[in-house]
Design a protein around this ligand. Structure first.
Ligand SMILES: *Cc1c(COP(=O)(O)O)cnc(C)c1O
Length: 408
């Protein structure tokens, strides 16, 4: 990498503005007042919601994941039972190509009076998704090209991604696998498992989908046990949004099963602090209590979480629920997602406002999953400002510059 030569820089020079090579990342810090003005709390209690919309339903049924699944709203028009649709949402309802589904529980977390509610934006189609923009593709990460066996993506040397199911309890509008999900294909995983068995370099299998935690206990256990008996598979990971959209699924008996397949890690897809409810926290506590290290994955989404205040709040809430922020993703250029996509600089700015200003544990790695299948590329502002006779000039989180004397 080319390093800028800088002259006459004394230690701790106050510079007026943050900068990074090639990228103007001027990041005016938000004051804590601004930060706290963002309302991130769920609008009403699930109890009030249940009483209003399902008056005859028992608490037990509401808290049953099977009830939540079988009572998913799968027709956009049906949403009008809960809130009036906008013209844009109605237009999308007629033409959307992506599957639509959302659990009653997740609807109860939306502020029904706010057409721009972040969770609504994540789940309810709008006319904007009918717009196809430059560079968008059905399969931007070229996963089909790295499909080593049906439902197995082998992109990195030592780890593979197993698509255990194409079913989700709720479909995010920005889904990176919108080309595959919700088609109800029940293909066999046997070929994928056989590929892993003979490829001894695979030491890490990521079970994703669709959402693997929507599988019945016995179906999930079949997959986990088949992986666990493969001697070279060191760790198993599950990618899921279930604790956010269907926390009732995290039962004691599920955790008992998961615990049998350690070392097992879980990455939780989360978008907004409004998702971190008492129900979600209970689910996460249960998983963590089962000795499962929990990480998070968040897609940077315009109008949902593209502010320092919201992102910081989300990261803090995750840590308190024992989830270590793992990845912040630049939104993939999936067809019809331009309304969700921010600039990469917006993500850099959020990270720059977290690093140093809050716990290092609260700072995820910001990555672009390279279009064309290059894998995840971490993006960070360059903190190396220059070099002179072995001295390296480094910028700290406040924008001050410090000299590090290298051994030559
Ligand atoms: C993200 C991903 C992985 C896992 O990547 P890590 O950086 O190890 O978390 C593996 N395979 C594919 C295809 C992926 O997209």
């Amino acid at each position: 990498m080319k390093v800028l030569k800088m002259l006459d820089l004394n230690q701790a020079v106050q510079i007026p503005q943050r900068h990074a090579f090639g990228i103007e990342a001027s990041a005016p810090k938000l004051s804590s007042d601004e930060a706290s003005s963002e309302n991130c709390e769920p609008p009403s209690s699930p109890l009030a919601f249940r009483k209003q919309f399902y008056p005859k339903l028992s608490k037990k049924d509401w808290n049953s994941w099977q009830w939540q699944l079988s009572n998913r709203i799968t027709d956009i028009g049906e949403l009008e039972r809960f809130f009036p649709l906008t013209a844009s949402e109605k237009a999308a309802a007629a033409e959307s190509r992506l599957p639509f589904a959302v659990t009653p529980y997740y609807i109860s977390l939306m502020n029904r009076a706010d057409v721009r509610d972040p969770l609504r934006r994540c789940m309810v189609p709008s006319a904007e998704e009918l717009v196809i923009s430059r560079g968008e593709a059905a399969d931007p990460l070229a996963e089909s090209r790295h499909e080593a066996a049906p439902r197995l993506i082998h992109r990195y040397p030592d780890r593979a991604l197993l698509l255990a199911t194409d079913f989700c309890s709720a479909y995010c509008r920005y889904c990176t696998r919108s080309r595959l999900v919700g088609q109800d294909e029940q293909g066999s995983l046997e070929e994928a498992l056989e590929y892993i068995r003979v490829h001894t370099e695979i030491r890490d299998v990521l079970v994703s989908g669709g959402d693997p935690l929507t599988l019945a206990d016995c179906a999930l256990e079949r997959i986990l046990s088949a992986l666990r008996v493969i001697p070279h598979v060191e760790i198993i990971r599950i990618g899921t949004k279930v604790p956010m959209v269907l926390p009732q699924r995290i039962t004691a008996s599920l955790v008992k099963i998961l615990k049998r397949y350690h070392p097992l890690f879980i990455s939780i897809h989360t978008a907004h602090p409004q998702e971190i409810t008492p129900e979600a926290k209970t689910a996460l506590e249960r998983l963590a209590g089962g000795g499962i290290p929990l990480g998070s994955q968040t897609v940077l989404l315009k109008g949902v979480n593209d502010s320092v205040a919201v992102m910081k709040n989300l990261m803090h809430k995750l840590l308190m629920a024992r989830v270590r922020p793992y990845y912040l993703y630049q939104c993939d250029p999936v067809k019809g997602t331009s309304h969700f996509r921010t600039s990469v600089a917006a993500g850099l700015e959020i990270i720059a406002n977290l690093r140093g200003f809050t716990s290092g544990y609260a700072v995820p790695t910001f990555v672009v999953d390279a279009p064309g299948g290059g894998g995840k590329i971490p993006i960070q502002a360059n903190n190396i400002c220059g070099e002179s006779e072995g001295d390296l000039f480094l910028m700290n989180y406040e924008g001050n510059i410090f000299k590090y004397p290298q051994v030559i």
